[in-house]
Design a protein around this ligand. Structure first.
Ligand code: PLP
Length: 386
């Protein structure tokens, strides 16, 4: 088949750098992987049990396009009790196939050809491609370790123009673990307040905040209807494989997203929705235990990396450390490849997350303390061998 039959946009977007790397890891034995961005825990048992029970009862049908009303009610209750946000479960919450689908819907609902979406980087690998697939133009803003990988309101202001449709914020951040405090968010609010711009706020790691307090963008005065809040169950409840998330926003924006969702996805899988209801009802304590465990691992890995001489900013959330490998004289790609081949430790080159990831590697600490300790020993040996 001629390649010309494939859309130009799709041809131009390179495949994810992370995937290529994982294929290599899969072909090797005894690798300690600090590569994957997913919890090493299984979904807590009561959540799994609820799904099994639902299946036994024959709960196998489609749901409403918006998702089960019971789940939307639980999400509304959670957003209110946890973050003091008020959404109507009737028409302001949409249940999606993970934050991944919610993000795609938000972008497609907003973007006309050529519209710009501002994205601070380094960032989650999907943001840029999804903007391109939706016909938009990603306007990337580099952040740096010197500024704790936090984008400033001034930098955002410089990138605004008549084509800007939205700013895509994601804190706590993948891959840096950075968060944005209330003060900087207020400044961002001040610059968008009088402009016709939305914020798409991917808060999938909100519950995994170890230092300071997570501030949802929608909680700032007047910002609820200017924000499309995305969140899900993958990270906080160890439910990546269930593919379940949600978007909350104004009635208008949720209606627009639902229009695309109803024609392309119809609804999120019902068993995952049943499991998510259980997660909201009884998952809190299991989630807190996982968060405490991540926090222990975070302290261990950050200390260990700094002792090895890989200068590592202290991540405040998510489950990633993002140390610099600049002092080793290797590029992040050389470092990653040699570490894998020579010491069988898998990490991800920072460049996979954008230009400002050059010189850095992402180490996921969603792995056991023993494995992290062993990985640190191997990394130390590797760095000393250089
Ligand atoms: N957003 C961020 C920042 C992520 O890191 C990820 C997964 O790694 C996702 C979204 C995808 O989440 P989901 O599993 O809900 O589709």
């Amino acid at each position: 088949m001629s390649k010309d039959l494939i859309s130009k946009v799709v041809r131009q977007v390179p495949p994810s750098g992370i995937r290529k790397f994982f294929d290599l890891i899969m072909s090797m034995e005894e690798v300690i992987s600090l590569g994957v961005g997913e919890p090493d825990f299984a979904t807590p048992w009561p959540i799994r049990e609820e799904a099994i029970y639902s299946l036994e009862k024959g709960v196998t049908n489609y749901t409403s396009n918006l998702g089960l009303f019971e789940l939307r009610e639980e999400v509304a209750r959670y957003l209110h009790s946890r973050w003091n946000l008020t959404y109507n479960p009737g028409d302001e919450i949409l249940i999606t196939v993970g934050v991944s689908e919610a993000l795609d819907l938000a972008l497609r609902a907003l973007i006309d050809p050529g519209d710009e979406i501002i994205i601070p980087e380094p960032c989650y690998v999907s943001y840029r491609p999804c903007v391109l697939f939706a016909g938009g133009v990603p306007a990337m803003i580099k952040t740096s370790q010197a500024n704790e990988f936090v984008v400033t309101a001034e930098e955002i202001e410089k990138r605004l123009n008549s084509k800007t449709k939205a700013i895509l914020l994601s804190y706590p951040n993948n891959p840096t673990g950075a968060t944005i405090g209330w003060g900087e968010l207020e400044k961002i609010k001040d610059i968008i307040e009088d402009r016709e711009i939305l914020v798409i706020s991917d808060e999938i790691y909100a519950e995994l905040t170890y230092e300071g307090k997570h501030v949802p963008f929608a909680s700032l005065a007047g910002m609820r209807d200017r924000t499309i809040l995305l969140n899900g169950f993958s990270k906080a409840y160890a439910m990546t494989g269930w593919r379940i998330g949600y978007a909350a926003g104004s009635r208008e924006v949720i209606a627009a997203m639902t229009k695309i969702h109803q024609y392309t996805m119809l609804c999120a899988p019902i068993l995952a929705q049943m499991a998510a209801i259980e997660a909201m009802r009884s998952g809190e304590s299991a989630m807190q235990e996982m968060v405490e465990e991540y926090n222990r691992r975070r302290r261990l890995i950050v200390k260990g990396l700094n002792e090895i001489g890989l200068d590592c900013f202290t991540p405040k959330g998510a489950f990633y450390a993002f140390p610099s490998v600049k002092k080793t004289g290797l590029s992040e790609e050389e470092f990653t490849e040699r570490l894998l081949l020579e010491e069988k430790v898998a990490v991800v080159p920072g460049i996979a997350f954008g230009e400002s990831g050059r010189g850095y590697i992402r180490c996921s600490y969603a792995n056991s303390l023993e494995n992290i300790e062993e990985a640190l020993l191997r990394m130390d040996r590797f760095v000393r061998s250089l």
